[in-house]
Design a protein around this ligand. Structure first.
Ligand SMILES: Cc1ncc(COP(=O)(O)O)c(C=O)c1O
Length: 370
């Protein structure tokens, strides 16, 4: 047996991130035609991305031998005009996960703790664990963040509190005024990481003023992404907004050239296409109605969601239903790893994809119940 050098205990204990099952993998396993498979497992934008993206990206192909612009000058300038903040308030990431990691690298170690909610986005836990920091998981309230208990959970060594709003995998949402009150109540030596990956899906009246909040709170880091509504998940581009000093600290632990040229070009183009975002919001709203309606028809509970996905509860462990959906060429996300073994998370797809899921689920449930 080969022996590898012993990794850190904290790394040894990490359960690796489980992504949604790729289409090609299911096609291989069940000898299915990949084009017949519906993937509703990773909260991607079923409409793809803005048509403007392809042209910008192909232009970049001429420069493959060159390193990307490590400062992300153009994209940061575009974002700063759109968000009403300075480029110094911005940090770019290889996906917004990268920025969550940077926060953990800069603020956590084995002497420090981080607070996150039960059923929170798993990267909060992974980033904490990989720093050998102590993770304080606060029981949820109705599957969402219990901000009062999270504040009460603060220890003398706490240095980060993670909040995702809306949260994944539950889709729960905290009203912006409650988030603001929470940030006001957190001592300044603790970093609040407010993850707004699904921000653009929210109706305007529920979108927080977090781009303004960063000017008031030097201990606030807000993260957003191009992976969701902008449909650029494969390019891996996210961004953080923070006080310039905080952004500069994160920049110290950022990998040089962490965002590649194609991602930068794609995000730049996507940011100019407001129509694509509007169309995506509207498609998401009607797709969500389809999913909610089938859950109601079958008599299944679900967690009301403000994201681009719906988490449905079953009376039994959902593995069998997940497997039966796979056999029909429909990939959704089992949530056993999140401590929700009776739930499945379904991303909103195209109308026809949602329809496939709805019919498939109805069929499976009627056979299980008879
Ligand atoms: C709540 C939340 N935050 C962050 C991310 C990370 O997205 P990305 O790294 O693609 O920007 C996701 C992805 O699913 C998410 O659901």
């Amino acid at each position: 047996m080969t022996r590898i050098p012993p990794p850190l205990d904290c790394v040894q204990n990490i359960a690796p991130y489980q992504p949604g099952k790729p289409i090609e993998e299911l096609a291989r396993e069940l000898s299915l035609d990949p084009t017949s498979i519906v993937k509703l497992a990773s909260n991607e934008n079923p409409l793809g991305c803005s048509e403007a993206v392809a042209q910008e990206v192909s232009r970049e192909l001429r420069e493959v031998a060159r390193y990307p612009d490590g400062s992300g000058y153009k994209l940061k300038n575009q974002l700063s005009s759109k968000l009403g903040i300075s480029p110094d308030n911005l940090i770019l990431g290889n996906g917004s996960n990268d920025i969550l990691e940077m926060a953990a690298i800069a603020f956590l170690d084995h002497d420090r703790s981080a607070i996150y909610s039960e059923f929170c986005f798993v990267v909060n836990k992974l980033a904490t664990q990989s720093r050998a920091a102590y993770g304080i998981e606060v029981p949820s309230i109705d599957y969402g963040h219990d901000l009062e208990r999270m504040r009460d959970a603060i220890q003398t060594n706490t240095r980060i509190i993670f909040i995702s709003n809306p949260n994944n995998p539950t889709g729960t949402f905290i009203q912006p005024e409650d988030v603001l009150r929470f940030i006001e109540s957190v001592p300044e030596h603790i970093l609040v990481v407010l993850d707004e990956a699904y921000y653009e899906y929210l109706p305007k009246n529920l979108q927080s003023d977090s781009a303004k909040w960063i000017k008031r709170f030097p201990n606030l880091l807000v993260t957003r992404t191009f992976s969701k509504i902008y449909g650029l998940a494969s390019f891996r581009v996210g961004y953080g907004m923070a006080n310039p000093e905080l952004a500069e600290i994160l920049n110290r632990v950022r990998q040089p050239f962490n965002v590649n040229s194609y991602g930068l070009a794609a995000a730049s183009a996507a940011l100019l296409d407001d129509t694509f975002v509007e169309v995506s919001v509207s498609a998401n709203n009607s797709g969500m109605r389809q999913l909610v309606s089938v859950a109601g028809k079958i008599g299944l509970s679900f967690i009301p969601s403000r994201g681009n996905f719906l988490t449905i509860q079953f009376e039994q462990v959902a593995t069998e239903i997940y497997t039966k959906l796979l056999q029909q060429g429909i990939i959704v996300r089992p949530l056993g790893g999140y401590g929700l073994p009776n739930h499945l998370r379904v991303s909103v797809g195209l109308e026809t994809e949602n329809e496939r899921f709805c019919l498939g689920l109805e069929d499976i449930m009627s056979n299980i119940c008879t």
